[in-house]
Design a protein. Structure first.
Length: 79
């Protein structure tokens, strides 16, 4: 699942702007709670399989722990 798929699955009726805001808020929560303990793992924890947390893990892992801004995420979601 990608960030685009996550947005469509969990926020199907929201505008692009609202989807980006909600996902960034979730990423911020994840980054401040679970990410510190999971960032050095080679793959997401098994408990995250198939969940939004799995996608957030990949987003932060591939972004070297950097959070996306709402504007960056809107660009990604708009493609």
């Amino acid at each position: 699942m990608t960030l685009r798929e996550l947005a469509k699955l969990f926020f199907p009726d929201d505008s692009l702007y609202v989807r980006a805001e909600r996902i960034v808020a979730a990423l911020e929560r994840y980054a401040s709670t679970r990410w510190p303990g999971e960032q050095f793992l080679i793959k997401p924890p098994a408990r995250s399989t198939g969940t939004p947390e799995e996608i957030m893990w990949f987003a932060l892992k591939h972004g070297n722990g950097e959070l996306l801004s709402p504007r960056q995420l809107r660009r990604i979601l708009a493609k």
